[in-house]
Design a binder for this molecule. Structure first.
Ligand code: F3S
Length: 386
């Protein structure tokens, strides 16, 4: 059955609220019909992922220009993914030379210029049960899994259509049945590496919701594990037994007995670590971007030392502003660490001479050519500070 609109939504589709709203409604209705949604539901917030201005996404920018001309404004609080590091070097300046135009377009829509994939860190913080329309797979993962909110992985452009209308089609992770765990992950691990664990679960679960046997993951570990899992698989939600809000126990999260089970062992985590660390010319921390607490904790390893290879901390912009006032900030700069507030993936993707990046981020490792994975201890050792 085709998606049914109420009178107000029907009026929006027919142009009673302007051209921008009609464009957005047309897209949402087609999107909803493609996924078998029966209705549109209101959202509490949106998060947009199309924040890099590179010439390859021409059609996207054409639509944005059209929306700006039609005076489009978001209907709900809406946050933005990171910038691409457009000032980093000459090549990046060239590739992203129109970044300012995109920033201005976003500003004209009335979005919050947070420029972070960790939008849920103090800026766009959903409550349990809130319906959202978020793009950015790592943020979607955190919202569904850790906060108990409900969002699908919106694509770029569909995220804007939802933000403008304040509506999203009801399907996928908005429905109880699709939030049930289908895969139990048992752990035989002595030294937890949540990012590696997320990567391995993502590859196995693909797009099924997993439930992980109880482990006292920190908020930082949940963030980094979710980012890796969402990249290595199509996973948009996970549960942790007795920790995440929809998994008081395994039976509740699975709606009965788990249909399938896997075990991840210490040797599986260790196998993901590169054997070719020596020729890595750079170490990158912070994908998803680091929170202030995460940056402060990691900084302790660098104080009074000097890095042997270029080392980046990529922080949430607001966290970077606060970090500058922290006593560790000057000390880690003195150690040779570069502190950035953009997304390392596009920033490094256009660099002509890649330096074989070593990273403890399963997400960056998955997406960035010529990158290698190491756990945090490996990365610190390679920086020359452990
Ligand atoms: Fe965030 Fe960029 Fe990594 S958007 S999750 S820092 S690839």
């Amino acid at each position: 059955m085709a998606l049914r609109l109420n009178d107000e939504q029907d009026a929006m589709l027919k142009g009673h609220r302007g051209e921008a709203m009609t464009l957005a409604m047309k897209a949402i209705v087609q999107y909803g019909n493609a996924f078998g949604a029966k209705r549109l539901v209101p959202i509490k917030s949106a998060h947009l992922a199309g924040t890099f201005r590179a010439s390859i996404f021409k059609a996207y920018y054409q639509v944005l220009r059209r929306l700006v001309r039609a005076d489009a404004r978001v209907s709900v609080p809406t946050t933005l993914n990171p910038r691409p590091g457009e000032q980093l070097n000459i090549l990046n300046k060239l590739v992203f030379r129109k970044q300012r135009e995109l920033d201005e377009q976003m500003a004209s829509f009335g979005v919050t210029p947070n420029y972070s994939c960790v939008c849920y860190d103090g800026v766009n913080v959903p409550q349990k049960g809130d319906v959202l329309a978020w793009a950015e797979s790592s943020a979607v993962q955190y919202a569904n899994s850790v906060l108990g909110a409900r969002t699908n992985r919106c694509s770029v452009l569909m995220d804007i259509c939802c933000a403008l209308t304040g509506l999203t089609p009801e399907f996928g992770y908005l429905l109880d049945d699709n939030r049930v765990a289908r895969l139990l992950v048992k752990l035989e691990i002595d030294k937890m590496d949540a990012s590696a664990l997320g990567y391995l679960i993502g590859r196995k679960a693909v797009n099924r919701v997993p439930i992980i046997e109880h482990h006292e993951f920190t908020q930082t570990e949940l963030k980094n594990m979710g980012g890796s899992m969402a990249a290595a698989g199509g996973v948009a939600m996970f549960h942790v037994e007795g920790l995440t809000p929809e998994a008081p126990d395994i039976k509740t999260a699975c709606g009965g007995e788990p249909p399938e089970m896997m075990t991840i062992r210490q040797s599986d985590l260790d196998d993901l670590r590169t054997k070719k660390r020596q020729d890595s010319g750079m170490v990158v921390f912070g994908c998803p971007q680091m929170t202030l607490d995460e940056a402060v904790a990691l900084s302790e390893n660098f104080i009074g030392k000097k890095v042997k290879v270029p080392t980046w901390f990529c922080l949430i912009p607001e966290a970077k502003r606060n970090f500058r006032r922290h006593s560790y900030y000057e000390k880690i700069l003195a150690a040779g660490v570069e502190v950035h507030d953009f997304c390392p993936l596009p920033a490094l993707s256009v660099t002509a001479k890649r330096r074989k990046i070593l990273t403890p981020s399963g997400k960056l490792f998955y997406y960035l050519d010529e990158s290698r994975f190491g756990n945090i201890a490996d990365c610190l050792e390679h920086c020359g500070v452990s």
